[in-house]
Design a protein around this ligand. Structure first.
Ligand code: 76R
Length: 266
C-alpha cells in the first residue's frame, strides 16, 4: 500500500486524562480559557474527529477524560493539543494517556469458524436450524465488525477505562498457547460478555506496538453497577483469571465542557 498515516482497517484512538492545575489559578479559569476549553471539546471543520466524548472522572488523580477516534492520527492528537495550548494549557495538565487503534480481533469467529463451533456444540450439519443461525450471523457480522472498527459512542452515563495485557509469566504465557486453546478461552470470554448485552457496550482497541499495554478497554454502561458486575464476572473466565494483567482503572460520567467545569467548581 501507499505510505500513509491512515490505518488500513481501523481508526486511531486516543484516551486522554487530565487534571486542572488549580494551583496556577487565582480565580478560576477566566473567560478566555473557558471558551478555549469549550472549543477544545467541540472541534469544528477539518479538526472535527469522527468520534469524541468527554467525562468527568472520579477520584483525586484525574478531573476529566476525553476519548477521540478518527482515521487521521493528527486529528485525534489535535484535540489533546488544543487542551494544552496556551492560554488554557497553563491550567490543564495531562496525567495519563493511551494510544491505540481499533481492529477486528483474530478471535471474532468467521462464518466458517462459527459453523464449526455450532456443530461442536451439537448442531446437526445441513439442518434448517443450523442454516438459520448461520444466516443470522452472516447478517449481523458486518454490523458488529463496523462497531469494532468505527464504533458509535453510546451516550450512556457511566464509563470505565483500563489498559490490559495478557500475561507472559512461566505457566501462564498466553502467547505460547495454541491458537485453538486461545480461541476457546476467548469464546468463554465472549459468552460472559454477551450476558451484558444492552447494559454494557465495550470497545477493545489495540496498543501493541503503540503504547505500554497491549489493549485499552473502554466500557460504556447504562448504570455504574454493570461496570463492576461485568469486570467481576470476567475475573472468573480463564482468559482473565489466568492470563490478564490490568493497569490503572478510571471511572467517569458523561459530561460536556460546561458540565465538567461545573462539576470541578471552576
Ligand atoms: O462476537 C464475538 O464472539 C466477539 C467476541 C469477543 C472478542 C474476540 C469479545 C466479546 N471480546 C473479544 C476480544 Mn472482550 N472484553 C475484554 C474486557 O476485564 C476483563 O477481564 C477483560 C476486559 C471486557 C470487559 C470485555 C468485554 N476482549 C477481547 C480482547 C482482545 C483479544 C485479542 O484480540 O487478542 C480483549 C483484551 C478483551 C477484553 N468482550 C466481548 C466483552 C463483552 C461485553 C463481549 C461480548 C459483547 C458482544 O459481542 O456482544
Amino acid at each position: 500500500p501507499e505510505p500513509s498515516t491512515i490505518p488500513l482497517n481501523g481508526w486511531h484512538c486516543g484516551h486522554y486524562f487530565y487534571r486542572f492545575r488549580r494551583e496556577a489559578m487565582s480565580e478560576g479559569l477566566g473567560p478566555q480559557a473557558v471558551e478555549a476549553f469549550r472549543q477544545a471539546l467541540s472541534p469544528q471543520g477539518d479538526a472535527m474527529p469522527q468520534r469524541i466524548a468527554s467525562y468527568w472522572i472520579s477520584g483525586h488523580e484525574v478531573d476529566f477524560a476525553v476519548i477521540v477516534m478518527d482515521p487521521d492520527p493528527a486529528v485525534v492528537d489535535s484535540v489533546h493539543q488544543s487542551l494544552v495550548a496556551p492560554p488554557l494549557g497553563q491550567y490543564v495538565e495531562g496525567t495519563w494517556s493511551f494510544v491505540s487503534i481499533s481492529e477486528v480481533s483474530e478471535y471474532v469467529p468467521t462464518i466458517e469458524r462459527y459453523r464449526k463451533r455450532l456443530i461442536a456444540e451439537g448442531a446437526v450439519e445441513g439442518s434448517p436450524e443450523l442454516d438459520a443461525k448461520i444466516a443470522a450471523y452472516e447478517r449481523r457480522l458486518p454490523m458488529m465488525n463496523e462497531q469494532r472498527l468505527r464504533p458509535e459512542f453510546p451516550d450512556w452515563p457511566a464509563a470505565c477505562f483500563y489498559p490490559m495485557n495478557k500475561s507472559r509469566v512461566p505457566g501462564a504465557n498466553w502467547f505460547t498457547e495454541t491458537f485453538s486453546d486461545r480461541n476457546s478461552m476467548m469464546a468463554e470470554h465472549a459468552q460472559s460478555g454477551i450476558a451484558f448485552a444492552g447494559k454494557v457496550s465495550q470497545l477493545i482497541t489495540v496498543g501493541v506496538g503503540l503504547d505500554d499495554w497491549e489493549w485499552m478497554v473502554t466500557l460504556w454502561s447504562r448504570n455504574p453497577d454493570y461496570l463492576k458486575d461485568i469486570v467481576y464476572k470476567m475475573r472468573f473466565d480463564v482468559a482473565s483469571a489466568k492470563y490478564a494483567e490490568f493497569g490503572p482503572f478510571y471511572v467517569g460520567y458523561r459530561a460536556g465542557a460546561d458540565e465538567i467545569l461545573n462539576h470541578c467548581k471552576l
